[in-house]
Every structure is written in structure tokens, then in C-alpha cells.
Design a protein around this ligand. Structure first.
Ligand code: URA
Length: 187
């Protein structure tokens, strides 16, 4: 396990998979290092790659709105991704790319020690919850994994494409608020 500075340095110079060849920036993650709630996306898109920050493109704007439903924002939760470098043309990150990268995220989680993890979309849920996770059926349900309450919601990009899914995400956010209140988390 690396400490925070070592981890930032290792990720910044990472060449463990081919995504390093096409990236502009490693998107390490953003938010307070002692956040109680963590959101995990799939991988950087174009804007994220250019700016080095997670969820700053169109999906990120929607994520901000989703967070605000339950008094969350970039100041009180930590946001990261399964892979830290952009997959070309925003394709799904490949198994070997996820495998090469996931250690950084696990190390980050060990250091942050969040009480709640929210997966954004099926790719994150399949990696963090179960390989056969079905986002359509299982979003909003809770599992305690290594002492961390873990759930998944639809990816904001999916909600941009299909607005009919938004009411379900609204309900899931209310469930996230119930959970953080139940755990005594102050935001
Ligand atoms: N989509 C993601 O999954 N992550 C980002 O950081 C941006 C878009």
C-alpha cells in the first residue's frame, strides 16, 4: 500500500496499460481525502482527459445536479473512476485495462476509508459489486462490501440519453441520503 503522495506520483507516471499512449492527463480523482462518500465512474471522457479532473464534461454537469438533490457536492464527496486514463473514443475500458488500473483505486479507497461507495453505471458496479451485476434490476440496492455500504445508480451519460430513467435515479439518491443519515454522516 502506498501513501497518498506515492500513489499520486505512481499514477501520474503509470505505463501499465496502453491507455497511457493516448492520454493527455491521468485523472486521479477529486474531493476531500477524508470524504465519507465516494462516487466511482467508469473512466475519463474527452473533457476529463484534457482537464485532468473527473466528471467535468456534459455527464459531469448532470452529476452535479444529481448530487445536489441530497445536499452533496464536490466539496463533501470524493469522485474517481475505475480507470484513470481515457479509453479512445470513450469505448468501455477493457478487462486488462481495468485490471492494470484498479489497484490505484483500491489503494485510494484504503486511504480515504469512505463509509459509502456509489458506483456510477454498470462498468463500475460490475467491478466494485459483482461481475454479473445487472444495473437495470439492481440499481439502488445496498450491499455491505468490506465494511463499506455500496450501491449503484445509472451513469449520468445514460440519463442524458434516456431521461425516462431519471425518476429512478431520484429515488436512488433519496435512498443514499437515508443511508448517510442512518450512518450519522454529516454533509
Ligand atoms: N464518465 C465517467 O465515467 N467518468 C468521468 O470522469 C467522466 C465521464
Amino acid at each position: 500500500m502506498m501513501d497518498w503522495d506515492e500513489l499520486v506520483r505512481a499514477a501520474a507516471g503509470c505505463k501499465k496499460c496502453q491507455l497511457c499512449e493516448t492520454r493527455s492527463n491521468v485523472v486521479f480523482g477529486a474531493g476531500p481525502r477524508d470524504a465519507d462518500i465516494m462516487f466511482i465512474g467508469e473512466g475519463p471522457g474527452e473533457q476529463e482527459d484534457l482537464q485532468g479532473e473527473p466528471f467535468v464534461g456534459p455527464a459531469g454537469k448532470l452529476l452535479d445536479d444529481i448530487l445536489s438533490i441530497v445536499d452533496l457536492n464536490r466539496g463533501n464527496c470524493y469522485i474517481a473512476n475505475i480507470v484513470k486514463c481515457r479509453p479512445p473514443r470513450n469505448r468501455d475500458p477493457r478487462e486488462e485495462e481495468q485490471e492494470a488500473c484498479i489497484g490505484y483505486l483500491f489503494n485510494q479507497i484504503e486511504l480515504i476509508q469512505p463509509k459509502i461507495v456509489v458506483c456510477l453505471g454498470r462498468i463500475a458496479a460490475m467491478r466494485m459489486i459483482r461481475p454479473d451485476y445487472r444495473i437495470t434490476r439492481e440499481h439502488g440496492s445496498w450491499e455491505e462490501i468490506n465494511r463499506i455500504w455500496t450501491t449503484a445508480i445509472y451513469h449520468p451519460s445514460a440519463l442524458l440519453r434516456d431521461v425516462t430513467k431519471r425518476p429512478e435515479t431520484f429515488e436512488d439518491m433519496l435512498s443514499i441520503r437515508r443511508k448517510y443519515r442512518e450512518l450519522g454522516i454529516k454533509v
